[in-house]
Structure formats: C-alpha cells, structure tokens
Design a protein around this ligand. Structure first.
Ligand code: DX5
Ligand code: ZN
Length: 218
C-alpha cells in the first residue's frame, strides 16, 4: 500500500519545501499537463528535472499530454521512477511502455473514466502499473467517481491472473472518506492532492491515509 501525494495542490512557489513536507510518502506525484490532452497547463520537463534534483522521495510522473510516444521518454531519462502515459493519447502503447522500461523507469498506463480496460488487457506484460482515473483528468479538488471501482476490480483481476508485481493506482478525489473503497476494489497506490496539501499537516494526512488502507491486502 503506497501513498503518492499530488503536488498539483501544493504551493507552486515553494515546491522543494512542499516535497520535503511529504517525505514520509512513497512517491511524489507530479501532474504534467499540456493544455491539449487536458484543458489545463502545469509544468514540463525543465521543472520536473528541477524537482528530481531536490525530491527526497521518488517521482511518479503522470503525463496528461498528447503524443506521449514522443514526449514521455525524456521524463524516464531524467530519472523519474515511474512514468505514466495515457492510453488515449498513445499511438503505440506497447512500444512506449517498453521504451520507458528500457530507460530504467517503471512503465505505467492511465485510463480516463470513459476508457474501458478490457481492450488493453494484453498490454499487461509490458506494464508495471495501471492508473485508473477516478476523476476526469485536468484539475485537482474534483469529486471522487465511485463508478470507476468496477474497473479497478477488473484491472486487479487481470493482474492477479497475470501474476507479477504490477501495481494498480487510483487518482482523483482520493481522501480519508474514499480511500478504503479503492483498496477494497484492489488499488494499492493512492494519489491524493487536495486531501494531503489541503490538510493542516501534510505529513499527518499521508500517515492517516496509509493507516486507513494498511489492513487491506490485494
Ligand atoms: C487530476 C490529477 C490528479 C489531481 C488529484 O488530473 O491527475 O493527480 O492532482 O487531485 P485531488 O486528489 O485533489 O483530486
Ligand atoms: Zn495525477
């Protein structure tokens, strides 16, 4: 069970301090948006490279961008521990996943709420993580979509059948009130933005989320 705070809800003027504030987490989730794949713009490679230089924990890059086949590999080259691309945007998801692994990153593929899992099940051998979005990507602070839990169950079931160390991540609206149903459905990596950085004490919020799911097993 791993917690990955999203710095989308952090203070962008103090990102180093905001990363230090969650050093008890497993990953720092960094949302890259290009204003094309999603209607929002955040940061790109130069800022991520700077974050990689100072982050006390591994960086989990979530790329909400067009043409990840071209733009995702540099994030792996820069040293991101995990790189997630969206299957809706990828021309050749299998080749991209293999490229990311070849560059030393964990290869991860994300599904928007309207994207089904079954057509992509056969990509599993080339993936280290599947991200099931629990909001429409683009913004922090949105309401959790409980109707994505059946998809989390499907992915977990595929992973179980396939075997190996493939993680199932949820992202969007994950909080103390919604995290347990995600774990129950089979998620084992939990992204939380507003629930962590909107809290009085970010590190305490990470510990609280972890405690809520620590009894669950996939
Ligand atoms: C949404 C991003 C999420 C977002 C989550 O497009 O991918 O990572 O920061 O924020 P919360 O936890 O506030 O929904
Ligand atoms: Zn994200």
């Amino acid at each position: 069970m791993q917690i990955s705070p999203s710095i989308l809800s952090a203070d962008f003027a103090n990102l180093q301090a905001e990363l230090e504030a969650v050093r008890n987490a497993d990953w720092a989730h960094v949302d890259v948006m290009d204003a094309h794949f999603v209607p929002n713009l955040t940061m790109g490679l130069p800022v991520v490279e700077a974050l990689l230089r100072v982050s006390p924990i591994p960086v989990d890059c979530h790329l909400m961008i067009e043409d990840p086949d071209r733009w995702a590999p540099p994030y792996a080259e820069a040293g991101a521990g995990s790189v997630t691309f969206h299957v809706e945007a990828a021309a050749d998801p299998r080749r991209l996943a293999r490229t990311l692994r070849g560059l030393g990153a964990r290869a991860s593929m994300a599904l928007k709420p309207g994207t089904p899992w079954t057509p992509y099940e056969d990509l599993l051998p080339d993936l280290d993580m599947v991200l099931v979005m629990t909001v429409e990507p683009g913004f922090g602070g949105q309401s959790f979509m409980a109707d994505q839990m059946p998809k989390v169950r499907q992915v977990r079931e595929s992973v179980r059948r396939h075997g190996g160390q493939i993680w199932v991540q949820v992202d969007g609206g994950v909080s103390a009130t919604t995290i347990e149903q995600c774990a129950e459905a089979g998620a084992d990596v939990f992204v939380a933005g507003s629930a962590v950085y909107g809290a009085q004490d970010a590190a305490a919020a990470v510990d609280e989320l972890r405690a809520l799911v620590s009894q669950h097993h996939c």
